[in-house]
Design a protein around this ligand. Structure first.
Ligand code: GLY
Length: 400
C-alpha cells in the first residue's frame, strides 16, 4: 500500500526580539511517532525534558506513543492528565498546570506539550504563555476540531464567570493570551479513537471555513464544493480525505492568522474576525442546559454543534437583511446534514434572553455587537449593530 503523504504547512509571523516565530504544522497518519525528532528542530536546540498535558480519556497507547517518541531522543517527560470538559477550562486547572511546571522546576526553555482536544490545547497553551512569562508550547491535537482550528493561531485561555451574585454568566475564553506554538503535530490516525459525534463537531469548523473561503487572504474558492462532496467520506475516516480536509483547512486558517495575528484588522480587511462566523450565536447557547434534538433526545451542545446552529442563524439573519439569498442557508443545512450535525434544537430560551447572552460575547467590540454574516456562498462581511429583529429571525431558524 502506498504510504499516505505527510503535509507540512508553514505559519509565518514576524520575528520578535530576533527570534523567528514562524512554525510548522506537520500533518499525516503516524506523525506523532516523529515528535522526538521534530521537537529539537522546532526549538532550534536539544530538548532535555517536557511537560505533557494530556486528555485523561485518551487511549493509553497514544500517550505511550508520545512518551516513547520523546524518550527515543533522550527527552524526559513529566505528565499531567486533565479532564477534557469545557468546565475544566478554568483558572483552577491552569493553576494545577503551573504548579506542575513550578514543582518540576521547569525553566524558560522547557516546553509544554498539549496532547488532546481544544480544551487541553487552550489550557496548556495558556499556562505556557504565563509561566515564567512564556515557555514554548507544542500543540498535538487529537480531535478534528482542534486540528483544523484551535491548535493553529496561538489563541489560548480559559472561561470566566462574570456578573453580579445570582446573575452570573460563564463567559467563554474571557481570560487568555496569544501564544503561538513552536510546532503543531497533527496525527490523523488519532481520529480513529474519536467518537462519531466529536468528529462531526469538528466538521462544523470545516463547514465554517467553507463558508468564508472566498473572503479571506489567499482564497480557496473551491473549498465550499469540495467540503460539500467530502464531509460524508471524512465521517467514515477515509485517511486520504481526512489528510486533504485537514491540510486545506489548516492552510486557510494559517493564511488568515498570519495576516491578522491578534484579530485587529479593519472590518473590511478579511481578518481573523471572519473566523467567528456563527460563533457569536454559538457562544450564547453552548453553555445552556435543557436543550434537545427535535426528536426529543436531550442535547448538551458540544462547541461544534453550537457552531452548526450559529451558521444557520447567521445565514437566516443575513437573508432577512437582504445580504444573501436562500441558497446560502440551504447550502449550510445540506452540509450540516451530511456532517451529521444538528441544524435545529428544542428548548431554546426566548429571543430576548438569547440577545442578552450574545451581548456578553467578548467579540462585541466597544459594546456594539458585530456579527460576521454571509453575503453569498463562501463569502462573508462584518455587520455592525444589526437590527435586533433580524437577529431574532436568525434564532427562529434553529428552533426545532
Ligand atoms: N477560532 C478562531 C480563531 O482562532 O481566531
Amino acid at each position: 500500500m502506498t504510504p499516505l503523504p505527510i503535509s507540512r504547512i508553514r505559519v509565518s509571523f514576524p520575528p520578535d526580539a530576533g527570534r523567528d516565530r514562524s512554525y510548522e504544522v506537520v500533518i499525516g497518519a503516524g506523525v506523532l511517532h516523529s515528535l522526538g525528532e521534530l521537537l529539537p528542530i522546532a526549538l532550534g536546540r536539544a530538548a532535555g525534558r517536557a511537560l505533557v498535558v494530556f486528555d485523561e480519556s485518551l487511549p493509553r497507547d497514544l500517550l505511550k506513543a508520545a512518551h516513547g517518541a520523546l524518550a527515543e531522543h533522550g527527552i524526559e517527560t513529566e505528565t499531567l492528565g486533565v479532564r477534557a470538559a469545557e468546565g475544566e477550562k478554568s483558572w483552577a486547572v491552569t493553576e494545577a498546570i503551573l504548579k506542575a511546571l513550578a514543582n518540576a522546576r521547569f525553566e524558560r526553555d522547557d516546553p509544554v506539550i498539549a496532547l488532546g482536544g481544544g480544551v487541553i490545547g487552550d489550557l496548556a497553551g495558556f499556562a505556557a504563555a504565563i509561566y515564567r512569562r512564556g515557555v514554548p508550547v507544542i500543540q498535538c491535537p487529537t480531535t478534528l476540531l482542534a486540528m483544523v482550528d484551535a491548535s493553529v493561531g496561538g489563541k489560548t485561555g480559559v472561561n470566566f464567570t462574570v456578573g453580579p451574585p445570582g446573575g452570573e454568566l460563564l463567559a467563554k475564553n474571557l481570560v487568555g493570551a496569544f501564544h503561538q506554538p513552536r510546532l503543531v503535530v497533527i496525527d490523523t490516525s488519532t481520529l480513529r479513537s474519536l467518537s462519531p459525534r466529536h468528529l462531526s463537531a469538528g466538521l462544523a469548523e470545516c463547514i465554517k471555513h467553507a463558508m468564508i473561503c472566498g473572503s479571506v487572504p489567499g482564497p480557496d474558492p473551491g473549498l465550499t464544493d469540495w467540503t460539500r462532496a467530502n464531509v460524508g467520506p471524512a465521517r467514515s475516516l477515509d485517511q486520504g480525505v481526512l489528510g486533504e480536509l485537514i491540510a486545506r483547512n489548516v492552510a486557510l486558517k494559517a493564511r488568515v492568522v498570519e495576516r491578522d495575528e491578534r484579530e485587529e484588522a479593519a472590518d473590511e480587511a478579511g481578518g481573523r474576525a471572519f473566523l467567528n462566523l456563527g460563533h457569536t450565536f454559538a457562544h450564547a447557547v453552548e453553555t445552556l442546559g435543557g436543550l434537545g434534538l427535535p426528536d426529543g433526545r436531550p442535547l448538551d451542545l458540544l462547541h461544534g454543534e453550537a457552531v452548526a446552529l450559529g451558521l444557520v442563524s447567521a445565514a437566516r439573519t443575513a437573508r432577512v437583511l437582504g445580504l444573501c439569498d436562500l441558497e446560502v442557508e440551504e447550502r449550510v443545512r445540506q452540509m450540516l446534514e451530511a456532517a451529521g450535525l444538528p441544524s435545529a434544537v428544542v428548548g431554546l430560551p426566548e429571543a430576548r434572553a438569547l440577545l442578552t447572552r450574545m451581548s456578553h460575547d467578548k467579540k462585541a467590540r466597544g459594546g456594539v455587537r458585530r456579527l460576521v454574516l454571509p453575503v453569498g456562498v463562501g463569502r462573508v462581511r462584518i455587520v455592525a449593530d444589526p437590527p435586533e429583529g433580524a437577529v431574532e429571525a436568525g434564532w427562529d431558524a434553529v428552533r426545532g
